[in-house]
Ligand binder design. Structure first.
Ligand SMILES: Cc1cc2nc3c(=O)[nH]c(=O)nc-3n(C[C@H](O)[C@H](O)[C@H](O)COP(=O)(O)OP(=O)(O)OC[C@H]3O[C@@H](n4cnc5c(N)ncnc54)[C@H](O)[C@@H]3O)c2cc1C
Length: 385
């Protein structure tokens, strides 16, 4: 069977789903190819103003709030138990608030809307068997399900180990951090209900506590790999709680609520920024072109922002006949300085825990809050170690 689409998107994570929504709303015929048998419902749950802006444009914010997303305004940041800074989004009219929403709720809401759109189809449980190029463009794809997909534009939203990026021959260097991230969910406690708190310590520990819904809070922890392994092997939660008490000062109830580290999901973390975001009629977005340290809380936002920007640029091909390679180049020109700087900022933050002064001077509340002020980003990006 051959399917003919305007846009074929490889990858049905949040980036691919939002791109499908954007192109779908423009009336394009879209096919999404997702190799998982069903959506993967595990991911970040912090939406910052830059990502929220795209969701507002697609009319999603009110619906997400109805479904339990929570607006918050404040984040307190601590180093070795002491408060370093407080970020209040409400102080800046261009920011106002951020949103916490379980990734599962966000992705299923977008997928539900896609399910009502006659011009968008999603194929689960199928990957790419081969890609048929013509010159610098892709003409068609052969899927493992034996289907053939022909499209005017192909989008690689296929995550860290992107086959689309590989097909284009875009070489990336991914640095894996020594720390691992641990992701857990526990019954709500008053200190988390009060305000979001992010703690780091000079021994490279990190603990971030925030609400997911009204009944639970998320504990995102990070430790150097060897320490994490030891804590995961412990028979009870006491060693983890003792370690957290070394640098967590105002969240005793959250520390008392966390369970053994082995009930947390363990996630490797790294940094990467691709030198190109596509070629010909192929564009890449999200984790296929950048990975950022989770202390920025912006990985998912960057995927959503990429998707919004890509739709705008590629629409010029469909509506004004602008050559598709120019649209892809315009998309790269817009998104690359932002993504590169945020990845660099996350790296500078992640490598400054050992020294309070360095940590405080690296912390930039506007970048942390997802400001997209280009001169500021460039200044911060230029300080990359
Ligand atoms: C538990 C967890 C917690 C996280 N917490 C944070 C955080 O606190 N802060 C932060 O910044 N980031 C965090 N992240 C990362 C963040 O969720 C990602 O940056 C974001 O979801 C990336 O979205 P994406 O759509 O670009 O890629 P992905 O979500 O990786 O989606 C890619 C999709 O493509 C599919 N795919 C891959 N290859 C193929 C193929 N060949 N054919 C078809 N389909 C394919 C995959 O199955 C997947 O569904 C977290 C991630 C996880 C898992």
């Amino acid at each position: 069977m051959t399917t003919r689409a305007d846009v074929a998107i490889v990858g049905g994570g949040i980036g691919g789903a939002v791109a499908a929504l954007g192109f779908g709303r423009e009336g394009r015929r879209v096919v999404v190819i997702e190799r998982g048998l069903e959506p993967r419902l595990n991911g970040a749950d912090v939406l910052k103003p830059a990502g929220i802006k795209v969701l507002v444009k697609y009319g999603l914010l009110d619906l997400l709030l109805e479904r339990g997303a929570r607006k918050r305004t404040k984040l307190r940041i601590y180093h070795d138990r002491e408060l370093v800074d407080e970020l209040n989004y409400a102080d800046d009219p261009s920011l106002l608030f951020f949103v916490l929403i379980p990734y599962r709720t966000l992705l299923t809401t977008v997928l539900e809307i896609l399910g009502t759109m006659k011009n968008v189809e999603i194929r689960y449980g199928t990957g790419i068997r081969s890609i048929e190029p013509r010159g610098s463009t892709i003409e068609r794809m052969h899927l493992t399900s034996d289907e053939v997909v022909e499209a005017s534009v192909f989008v690689g939203a296929d995550g860290v180990r992107s086959v689309m990026r590989e097909h284009l021959g875009i070489q990336v260097e991914r640095e894996t951090y020594e720390q691992k991230m641990y992701f857990g969910k526990f019954p709500m406690v008053p200190s988390v209900e009060e305000v979001n708190r992010l703690y780091v310590d000079s021994k490279k520990g990190l603990a971030y506590f925030y609400p997911v819904g009204h009944d639970f809070f998320r504990a995102v922890l990070a430790f150097p790999e060897v320490e994490g392994r030891t804590l995961r092997a412990a028979a009870d939660p006491e060693p983890l709680r003792r370690r957290l008490k070394e640098f967590v000062s105002e969240s005793d109830d959250a520390v008392a609520a966390v369970d053994n580290l082995d009930v947390f999901d363990e996630i490797p973390i790294g940094r990467m920024h691709a030198p190109a975001y596509g070629a010909g009629n192929v564009a890449l977005l999200g984790d296929s072109i950048h990975n950022v340290h989770p202390i920025t809380g912006q990985g998912m936002n960057m995927s959503i922002e990429d998707a919004g920007a890509l739709v705008e640029h590629v629409e010029r091909f469909f509506t004004d006949g602008v050559p598709i390679s120019d649209c892809v180049a315009g998309y790269f020109k817009e998104r690359s300085p932002i993504n590169r700087a945020v990845v660099a900022y996350g790296h500078n933050m992640a490598t400054s825990f050992h020294d309070r002064e360095l940590f405080s001077s690296t912390l930039n509340l506007r970048i942390q809050a997802s400001s997209r002020d280009l001169p500021l980003l460039e200044q911060v990006g230029a300080r990359e170690k």
